[in-house]
Design a protein around this ligand. Structure first.
Ligand SMILES: O=C(O)c1ccc(O)c(O)c1
Ligand SMILES: [Mg+2]
Length: 627
């Protein structure tokens, strides 16, 4: 498999793009003409620079408005093509992409276009150049790869072939299986892009909202299965026009791109087994059973406060680490680790952010397979020196400097007995059973990257994006979960620093966990037990409960209890959801306690604006009452 990426996908100067693309592990590059024209180097020097970086110049693009023109425009179009061939020969590139004409004077007619391409094929052949024809979804006469293929077929020239671009096919909802009828050797190049399901003008959608395979909602895997079934063995290349990518970090975008291709082709290899020899072999997306532990870095006063909070929440200290300043607290299946080490990862996390979730442990099918797959997808394994008697638990760097550890049924499952001395501090518990979800806050621009990280590594599915209204701006939220809901993450992308999520980012050091939701089977019993232990819930507005009475049929005595305990409520056709929030702690972290009834699979999004407003009352400067 040879992978490529169009320069238009990456931000920066051509030089920065080349460096990032090479570092991410691509084999080649599509030169988007604008990037080349803006560069001050000669075509020869640019070509040499790209090859020195270990990359092939796979494609030169786009050439516009070639076919179907009346003379004298037709002759001019051929001359224009010859000038581009000159540049390509200097660059050392033998394939040009011609996109279907949008020219108002283009006449249409399959045979006329075929004749133009046959003529161009002759001229290209004289220079050992090949021409690839791509149907733009908004092309004037040709906007469907099936018509583009018919033109290529009738042009009947060895130097004229087809370029397929998943966006143009899938955005028009053309059945990708129609690709299976095209001979693989007549497909000269394949471009991949995904996109979010938004109903909008095709050209605008394509130029601003494309994203990496797996980041959007288009059936890119089915498209690629069809391509591989033809026997196509040319480059697989990303061509993503995206407003955020244009302003993002070249390294991150290139790395995400490579990750998306590796994950996609792994999927294709498994579903289209006879095709794609030479595709990388890697372990399948990892099954996450549940959250094994959540680890906080905390020291001094902050550590004492966190211990008090856990105690109030009914956790008991179940163990102390044999050689490190690390405690294990438990309730139900929830394990919270408090790490007060001044060195190593927890020490650096504390130095950078203060109290923070520095590590998440997951119970997985195979810890080794998890790290193998993560590494193949470009994640970095994480290690630090082991203390006496410590187990080598496999780990990787997550995003934003975080760490994830993986525990499976092997020897690693004994970590709690092996590394910790058990403590006999007892607590009755308040009915918390497990981690329901972990909520991570990041900038809006980082959301696609984080979502791809989780969905490519783990067997997890994305829920649709929801808009959360903060009094000071919009926060976009997307949940990602295992198919059975045993492990759930919510990604919250802040667009401004004035939102609750945005100010968390400003105070911290980039994206990280902002809240953790713990599950109970009986939120009213838990609320009572918590109150007895001195827990203070987040106070909500009385208007919220009045509105609940209007929206739902809740028995008056139940509603009165919700009002008294500050319990939020949501319901859909699958079930019900009840939520109780803590007040902020350690700056802007908070906890949520939830009860899911029936098959409710959401996160109480309709309640978010009222919860956020309540939280912000705790942040407002003097003079603004909290309640
Ligand atoms: O938006 C465009 O014009 C454009 C240009 C070249 C392509 O390959 C493409 O898919 C779109
Ligand atoms: Mg394209």
């Amino acid at each position: 498999m040879r992978t490529g990426i169009a320069t238009v996908t990456i931000s920066g100067t051509l030089e920065e793009k080349i460096e990032a693309i090479a570092a991410a592990g691509f084999d080649g590059i599509e030169i988007f003409e604008q990037d080349f024209i803006a560069d001050i180097r000669s075509p020869k020097a640019v070509g040499q620079r790209i090859r020195n970086a270990g990359l092939q110049v796979m494609l030169f693009q786009p050439f516009r408005d070639f076919e179907g023109l009346p003379n004298p425009m037709r002759a001019k179009a051929f001359d224009r093509a010859e000038r581009k061939f000159d540049v390509m020969q200097e660059l050392g590139c033998d394939l040009i992409l011609m996109c279907s004409s949008c020219h108002p004077a283009a006449l249409g007619g399959i045979d006329r276009a075929a004749e133009d391409f046959a003529g161009l094929g002759e001229r290209a052949a004289a220079r050992d150049i090949r021409v690839g024809y791509e149907a733009l979804a908004w092309g004037r006469h040709v906007n469907d790869h099936r018509d583009a293929w018919e033109i290529v077929r009738r042009a009947d020239h060895p130097n004229v072939g087809l370029v397929l671009d998943s966006f143009h096919t899938l955005a028009r909802r053309i059945d990708p299986d129609s690709i299976r009828r095209i001979p693989g050797d007549k497909i000269f190049f394949v471009q991949l892009a995904d996109a979010p399901a938004i109903d909008m003008d095709l050209l605008y959608w394509s130029r601003h909202f494309r994203n990496m395979p797996g980041e959007g909602d288009l059936p890119v895997t089915a498209f690629m299965q069809a391509v591989m079934a033809t026997g196509y063995d040319g480059p697989i290349s990303l061509e993503i026009f995206n407003d955020q990518f244009r302003g993002g970090s070249p390294e991150t975008i290139a790395r995400d791109g490579h990750r998306s291709i590796v994950a996609l082709m792994d999927d294709v290899r498994h579903s289209e087994p006879d095709t794609g020899p030479g595709l990388p072999q890697l372990p399948r997306p990892v099954t996450v059973r549940d959250t094994a532990f959540i680890e906080f870095a905390a020291q001094g006063q902050e550590l004492s406060k966190l211990e008090t909070l856990l105690d109030t929440l009914g956790f008991r200290r179940a163990g102390r680490h044999k050689s490190k300043s690390v405690q294990l607290w438990r309730q139900g299946d929830v394990r919270v680790i408090l790490n007060a080490e001044t060195e190593g990862h927890a020490g650096s996390a504390w130095n950078a952010r203060g109290t923070t979730v520095c590590d998440i442990g997951l119970n997985v099918g195979s810890a080794l397979d998890t790290v193998t797959r993560a590494t193949a997808l470009g994640a970095k394994p994480f290690t630090q020196p082991l203390g006496p008697g410590e187990l080598p638990i496999p780990a990787i760097r997550g995003l934003g400097g975080s760490v994830m550890h993986f525990i499976d049924d092997g020897d690693l499952a004994n970590v709690w007995n092996v590394e910790f001395l058990s403590d006999d501090k007892t607590a009755p518990g308040v009915g918390l059973t497990r981690v329901d979800h972990i909520a991570q806050t990041m900038t809006y621009d980082e959301m696609l990257s984080w979502s791809l990280f989780y969905t490519s590594l783990f067997d997890m599915v994305k829920a649709p994006m929801v808009d959360v209204i903060d009094p000071d701006g919009l926060v976009r939220s997307r949940a990602i979960s295992t198919p059975d809901g045993s492990f759930r993450i919510t990604l919250n992308g802040a667009e401004t620093h004035r939102t609750l999520a945005g100010s968390f980012l400003t105070e911290g050091f980039g994206g990280s966990v902002q809240h953790i939701a713990l599950a109970t089977d009986d939120i009213f019993a838990t609320a009572t037990a918590l109150r007895d232990r001195g827990f203070e819930a987040l106070p909500l507005s009385q208007n919220y409960f009045d509105d609940l009475a209007a929206r739902f049929d809740i028995a008056p005595d139940v509603l009165a209890r919700m009002r008294a305990e500050n319990i939020l409520y949501d319901a859909d056709d699958k079930g019900e959801f009840l939520q109780l929030y803590s007040r902020p702690f350690a700056g802007q972290l908070f906890l949520e306690i939830v009860e899911r009834r029936g098959a409710y699979a959401g996160y109480g999004a309709p309640n978010a604006p009222f919860r956020i407003a309540a939280q912000k009352r705790f942040q407002r400067p003097k003079g603004m009452p909290a309640i």
